[in-house]
Write a protein that binds this ligand. Sequence first.
Ligand code: SF4
Ligand code: SF4
Length: 384
Amino acid sequence: MSLRKNLPEIFDQFADARKNGFIAAKALKEQNIPMVGTFCTYMPQELPLAMGAVVVSLCATSDETIPEAEKELPRNLCPLIKSSYGFGKTDKCPYFYFSDIVVGETTCDGKKKMYEHMAEFKPVHVMQLPNTQQSEDAFTLWKNEIIRLKSLLEEKFNVEITETKIREAIVLKNFERRALKRFYGLGKLNPPAITGTDILKVLYGTTFKFDRKANIDEIEALTDRVLAAYEAGEKLERKPRILVTGCPIGGVTEKIVKAIEDNGGQVVFFENCMGAKAIEDLVDENEPDVYEALAKKYLSIGCSCMTPNPNRVALLDRSIDEYQVDGVIDVILQACHTYAIETISIKKFVNASKTIPYMSVETDYSTADIGQLNTRMAAFVEML
Ligand code: SF4
Ligand code: SF4
């Protein structure tokens, strides 16, 4: 009997996790468990977890509420910001509705200014994220912001967040990171074991599973299962291997991955906030100061809102080799200036230092460009 049997259903369960999580979120609220909504991977999840809260990503991935958002926000703004704001404003996202507080950061200009408006209809706390990782002052500011968030959560929810609890949360999150790294590490297999579409379904789905321990067990079991099938000889066909980098993707923007894989490519690694960017580095469990440990991990995330942004290049450098990548696709959401401007240095690095092809694609949350994406991906894959 095929060991791969039922695997597609498991991947689909992850794909449906966002929808299925609505009921779980409602049940948690009925038990008075606090819910903290986030829009970015810089948010140190260990703090809400240490007080027994659940953390949920509120980044929206469909264009459904963009017209509503455009009544207040400029049209020439990234779809992630407009859509997320629209879902919040119209109460169409149950996770936003159930969140007791939204924690944002001063990342890109669009997001940080959007929070000012969001604060008019939702409790919002904005962490002052420095825009550089290169100075002691930046590190101290971020460490102090983490401590400020801890105090704010304690006050708002009338709880004490002890260092012991934070350490426990660090260990738990590290277990989850290791499980996810082992899972997306399947992308190193050549010939491949699973498609990039399935890798993305799992990475996206896990952000909507609230029982972290059960989530870890589920991911580990899935990885074991895929490996057993692979070792029994159930492998996919070899295809040009693509690394996806750039803005966060998920929901409608899965169209990019579909276009790559429908046109002869295979996505083996996601160097973005739905993938390795947030997961790759663990929090140092041996660091005596828990706030320094958290500050170090989170501040090192290689987002384009940092200047300079060497950590993105470092992760690309490593993963292009480890995942035997043949070509890089940089996904830019429309009107995302920081990622759009950074394409110049990423292209140079990929072409000159790694000597492989690179292409950037700009997209939004509509499906209008699917034909064009197919044409461009087919031409890119053909070249590899
Ligand atoms: S790309 Fe940057 S701003 Fe966007 S979620 Fe990731 S870290 Fe945050
Ligand atoms: S994709 Fe770009 S513009 Fe949009 S929220 Fe992220 S960093 Fe900001």
